[in-house]
Structures are given as C-alpha cells and as structure tokens.
Design a protein around this ligand. Structure first.
Ligand code: GLN
Length: 493
C-alpha cells in the first residue's frame, strides 16, 4: 500500500498519472492524517471533509476524461489568508469569524485550474503578523520537529506556521504561504522545507487578505526545490484584478532545476555576518559557499551596507500599510460585530474584541507613524531607506548573479520563549529575510542541514527581480550538495 505521507509532489503526480492511486484515495489518506494530527499540531483552521472529497472526485472525473492538469489530483494545504469560495477564511482572527468569501483568490484558482485539490486550510499568525504562529486566535501551532532528547514543544515559525507544520508532518504535497517580511522562508527553514517568495507581482495578491500591500508576496512551500518550482509556476501569472501584477510571461521554472551553476557568481554579503550568530549557522553558510564553489560557481564578497536599517524601516512601512488595510474591519460588512451605544462605540467594541494584542499594536504603530507631524519623520524616512536598500541590491547584482545568506538567525525555538520576552525579540527573526520584501526581489530558503540539537536550518538564495530561474538553479545545487533527508520523528498521530 502507498504511504502517502512520504511522497514528494512529483512522486505523487507520477503515482496519480500511472493510476497507482486515485485523487480520492490520496485525499482520504490526507484527511485521515489531518484529523489524527490536529489535536497534537493544531495546524489546521478548517478541515472540511465534504469540500475536500468533492475536489478530489472532480479531479478523478477530469482524469477519466483525459483532461489532467499539471497538478492533477494532488492535495494541497492552503494558508487561511487565501479566500477559498464558500470555505471559512478568517486570517486566524476573531474579527473574521464565520466569513465565507463568495469569491476565490487568483492564486488558489490557478492551482485548481491545474487540477490540484485542497485537503484543508491552515492556521497562521493573526493577519500574518508574527514569526511563531503563536498569535492565531485558535492558539499556537506546534512544530512536528523536536530537539534531540527533548520533549519541549517548538514553534513552527510564522506566519505560515500551519502550512509548514502540515507539510512537514506529511499531510499534503505542497502548501501556499504568504511572505511580507519572511513568513514563507522562516517557517520553511524551521521545518526542513523549501520556501519560495517570488518577485513582487509574480503571484497575484487578489483574494489574499491584505497585511502590507507593497510587501505581501504569495508563494509556495514544498518538500523539494523541483516541487517548489512547479508550484511557483502554476501560482504565477498576470492578473488584471491586481494592479501590481507583473504582465510578462511565466518562464518554465521547473526547467531551471538541475542546470549547472558553473560560472555563476555567488555573492556573500558581509553585513549578514551578525555578532553572536550561532556557530552552526555560520558553519553551514560557509559550507553552502563551498558546495557551490565545488560545483563550479565563483564566490565573491559583496556589501549591502543598508541591511542594518531594513528591520526598522520594515516595522514602520508594514504597520503603516496594515493600519490602513485593517480599517475595513469595522463590524459592518463581515465577521464579528459587538453592538455598542452608537456607531463609534460599535466600531470600538468590535475592534477591541476582534483583534488580538499584536494586531492592535501594529495598528497603533501604523496610525502613529502616518499621523500629521510624524509622517515625514517616520514614514517618509522609511520610504527613503527602502529606496537605498533597493540601490544596495542593484549594486550587488552588478557583481554577482545570486546572493547566499543564512535564512534565519536561529533554529526553531520553544513555544512561549520569545513571545514572552518582548515584541522586538520576535521581530529580530526576520533580520535576513525582510530586505528581499523591501526590494521585491525573489528569495527562497532551502533546507541545508541540522544544528547540534538535531533541528533543521536553511540557507537563503536571493536573485534579481524576475530572475527566479537562477534562484531555482542555485537552490537545487544547494539541495543536491546538502543531501538533506532528515524527517521529524512521528509523535503526533
Ligand atoms: N514576522 C514579520 C512580521 O511579523 C513578517 C510576517 C510576514 O511575513 N507575514 O511582520
């Protein structure tokens, strides 16, 4: 009998094409696994058996008619930020409780058009604000990985924590995520998975609950680089419904996997060597450069001097946009409403009850930095820093074709360990990832090894805007050399 939980997306597509198993059989196995794991991992926001089986049956019917798409019959997990028609979509927030969108996000529609099926929707940090998936209204998501010899529950990273937890536990063949400051790459690195943030505009934001519109990037999470390339390809494409959508054609990303890195110049940005960085991360970064060199690439040192201003600029721009985007949740049109004495009182009571603490903090910071008198000092200054960061990347890409950096400054940490410290402690998680959001350039994390505690660590590859192909080529070379095959020990079901 097929062990559905260990297959990669490409292996599963092969099995489905050869009729070793049907979309329905694959779905039933994944639904059973989802229901069995939910108590321990808490990674799903909605498991709708009926909806899931209907998508699988429709897929089997298409295949019977000879109409199989690129992802025909493969069950995917969908982050709860993507609107899926008729299925509750809450962004893991109480304020959207009960909201069933009457429309479908473009990215999920692209996946369904290619024949994919949906096993369930996944939990996330509320409105995608966080790095640990501890701010979801439905409680923390647990990482399937544990440190060697320890039973401590670890965070899966965030904000796409439910997606990575489900995928690392073998409860789908791929997942969607969104990355505003690192929310695909950091959780992928914490769970031994591949996470891709394509160029800004590649994947439509239409139907994705907005956090910070100029920084939000939908993208895939996958078990292998080849799976990630195929998912990126299907999810991408011009969308007239998103005014920032890139109008050009989508290259054959999967074809870039396996190309030689010979002659490629790989930049090592010296500013990413942080003081106090764990030795295992430093070591792995050096190994990564050696692997690429051995495969024929040239290693060059580059400088991104504005890096140290990236996090402060992000924590002004992202909350500013969030405070504006989240103004629509007023209890009038959708989600939760707490009746007050008058309209203003209803707004206040609804928003006070519906938003969690971190979301409220972001709205307050955003409103503050946009207010008259502070706008120039904070918001405009942050935009100037943003331009400088983009110029840094432009200069670096004159000297190299891709950048290699660590994905995160640590491995997965214990539930509660950073949330209790200070918000700043949590914000530091994104130190290596936010720059690519600020510049809109593609970036991915690839699992590259384990730390001394047996927890996965990732390396990040960043390339020029619209050059995902080089990113996938370098990512696949790292994957090949790393030979990362470790899996979490199965304790959750
Ligand atoms: N951790 C960052 C934040 O809290 C990024 C989140 C994200 O990429 N959605 O804003």
């Amino acid at each position: 009998m097929t062990d559905f939980t260990t297959l990669t997306l490409h292996e599963a597509l092969d099995g489905l094409a050869k009729k070793d198993f049907s979309a329905r059989e694959a779905m039933e196995a994944h639904l059973d696994a989802a229901e069995a794991a939910q108590g321990a991992l808490n990674c799903f926001s909605v498991i709708d058996r009926e909806h899931a089986l209907a998508t699988a049956d429709a897929s089997d019917a298409r295949r019977a008619k000879g109409e199989a798409g690129l992802l025909e019959g493969a069950p995917l997990a969908i982050k709860d930020l993507f609107a899926v028609k008729g299925v509750e979509t809450t962004a893991s927030s109480n304020i959207l409780k009960g909201f069933r969108p009457p429309y479908e996000s473009t990215v999920t529609q692209n996946l369904w058009n290619a024949g994919a099926t949906m096993v369930a929707k996944t939990s996330m940090d509320e409105f995608a604000m966080g790095s640990s998936n501890e701010t979801a209204a439905s409680g923390p998501v647990i990482n399937p990985w544990k440190a060697t010899g320890s039973d401590e529950a670890l965070v899966p990273g965030g904000s796409s924590g439910g997606s990575v937890s489900a995928l690392a536990a073998g409860i789908s063949y791929g997942a969607t995520g969104t990355d505003t400051g690192g929310s695909i790459r950091q959780p992928a690195a914490f769970t031994g998975l591949v996470g891709v943030k394509p160029t800004y505009g590649r994947c439509s934001r239409w139907g994705v609950v907005a956090f910070a519109s100029s920084l939000d990037h939908p993208g895939p999470i996958a078990k292998t680089v080849k799976d990630a390339a195929l998912l990126t390809q299907v999810m991408s494409g011009h969308d007239p419904k998103d005014s920032t959508s890139y109008p050009g054609a989508v290259p054959d990303f999967a074809a870039a996997v396996g190309r030689s890195v010979k002659g490629l110049r790989i930049g090592i940005p010296k500013e990413y060597r942080l003081e106090g960085m764990p030795a295992d991360i430093e070591r792995l970064w050096g190994e990564g450069a050696e692997w690429l060199k051995a495969a024929g690439a040239e290693i060059v040192e580059v400088s991104l001097p504005m890096t140290k201003y990236a996090l402060p600029a992000y924590y002004i721009i992202a909350p500013a946009e969030a405070s504006s985007n989240l103004a629509r949740y007023d209890g009038m049109r959708y989600g939760q409403r707490i009746e007050g004495d008058d309209l203003i009182d209803t707004y206040e009571k609804t928003r006070a009850a519906g938003f969690g603490k971190e979301v409220q903090r972001r709205i307050m910071i955003g409103t503050y930095v946009l207010s008259a008198g502070y706008y120039d000092a904070y918001y405009v200054k942050a935009l100037k820093v943003r331009r400088k960061i983009l110029e840094d990347f432009n200069a670096a890409f004159e000297k190299c074709d891709a950048l290699l950096t660590p994905a995160t400054p640590s491995a997965a940490f214990g539930i509660g360990s950073k949330a209790k410290a200070s918000p700043i402690e949590m914000y530091l998680n994104d130190v290596f990832t936010v720059t690519a959001n600020i510049a809109g350039v593609p970036a991915m994390s690839v699992p590259a090894g384990l730390d001394a505690n047996g927890l996965p660590l990732g390396l990040q590859i960043i390339t020029k805007a619209l050059d995902e192909e080089t990113m996938f080529t370098v990512g696949a070379a790292i994957e090949d050399a790393a030979g990362f095959t470790a899996k979490p020990e199965r304790w959750w079901a």
